[in-house]
Design a protein around this ligand. Structure first.
Ligand code: F0G
Length: 364
């Protein structure tokens, strides 16, 4: 059966009525991919999965929140929406706004948006405005504009975004046969997603669908780690541009998720992020964007420190959220990979470049 989209599927857990004009691109139902190489690194028989949110219609988890935010904006009669973004929110907002027949304005930090995301916002007809400033400045501006003018903010401070994104937790529980994982690894930027997942798990626990909650394990980039440092970072830096954020809007909620779940929020360096990014591509065959690999970089960091040997329950599971597709940031993929080799259009020239002539067996 065709996936009807999140709102249809989880209608009874979402603030919608029979009259709500649902705007959907049939988001959700993303794969939960087993990652045996991460089990090996853990050093204990912990089952590790990757929740591949890059399989959403615009290639990131933002679609879960955006189907709700745009649907509710439409229900309220909005004609236009606005967001600040490190890229994915803008791509998703632009797509859903296009589908809803609304205007979309996106405010981006100039020069800090991965190419694929920019292409999406442009292709879906958003008005793209690049400011001389970072994401935190852009967020302040859109909050001010939406406070003063009749235009709906669709950043994750819009509560409907969190409502939509909590369905990620519902899906994981269903994919694990009505159980939450023991550990939930997730990148943290503006901190909406960790807030949403925690809300989703707690709701399923309250409904009696699951009996235990996961530990929430959030990861920031080392030079963009305000929650880890305990203060805003004025000039955040990281090649994982999606999480280059110095003053997250949902800071308090992320800390609550961490503390209530007995989890942690840690940091990983850009080198650790790139290493996890390459590991996923080369060993697991999964291509995510650098920010997404922060969750796996955190997992690997803890695995190497022997963390799971001390903490993983018998038959335990861990899920790492891969928030966005690797094709979002083609420049980074090319920069960290071997360059293609050019040669003459002749078999012998190709064989020479392959470097296999001596080792390849002739047929027959
Ligand atoms: N991973 C990716 C790929 C993201 O795009 C983001 C956030 C995050 C992780 C962090 O999620 O903000 O809920 O903690 N991107 C936002 C944007 C900020 O504008 O696209 P968060």
């Amino acid at each position: 059966m065709n996936n009807p989209g999140l709102i249809e599927k989880y209608r009874k857990y979402l603030p919608v009525s029979a009259k709500t004009p649902v705007v959907t691109l049939n988001e959700g139902e993303t794969p939960l991919v087993h990652a045996p190489s991460l089990t090996r690194l853990a050093g204990v028989p912990l089952k590790v999965y990757l929740k591949f949110e890059g399989a959403n219609p615009t290639g990131s988890f933002k679609d879960r929140g955006m189907t709700m935010a745009i649907t509710k904006a439409k229900e309220a009669g909005a004609k236009a929406v606005i967001c600040a973004s490190t890229g994915n929110t803008s791509a998703s907002a632009a797509a859903y706004a296009a589908r809803a027949g609304m205007a979309c304005y996106v405010i981006l930090p100039k020069g800090a948006i991965a190419l694929g995301k920019l292409a999406q916002a442009m292709m879906h007809g958003a008005k793209v405005i690049a400011i001389d400033g970072n994401f935190d400045h852009a967020l302040e501006i859109v909050k001010e504009i939406s406070g003063k003018y009749d235009i709906t903010l669709v950043n994750s401070i819009n509560p409907y975004r969190i409502e939509g994104q909590k369905t990620g937790a519902f899906e994981i529980v269903e994919q694990l046969n009505n159980q939450a994982p023991d550990f939930h690894f997730i990148p943290v930027g503006n901190a909406g997603n960790i807030t949403a997942y925690w809300k989703g798990y707690k709701e399923y626990k309250q409904l009696g669908i699951i009996s235990k909650l996961p530990k929430m394990m959030g990861w920031q980039a080392a030079l963009s780690a305000p929650i880890v440092k305990g203060h805003p970072i004025e000039n955040p830096k990281t090649l994982a541009t999606a999480i280059k954020i110095g003053n997250p809007a949902s800071w308090k909620m992320a800390v609550a998720a961490r503390d209530e779940s007995f989890g942690l929020i840690g940091s990983v360096t850009d080198d650790q992020i790139v290493s996890a990014y390459c590991h996923l591509g080369k060993i697991e065959g999964v291509f995510c964007e650098p920010a997404s690999a922060a969750s796996v970089a955190g997992f690997i960091k803890l695995a190497k420190a022997g963390y799971f040997k001390k903490t993983a329950p018998k038959g335990g599971t861990a899920v790492c959220i891969l928030t966005g597709h690797g094709l979002k940031d083609p420049d980074r993929a090319v920069a960290v990979s071997l360059k293609p080799v050019t040669c003459k259009a002749e078999m012998n020239a190709v064989l020479k470049v392959m470097g296999l002539k001596a080792r390849l067996k002739k047929k027959g």
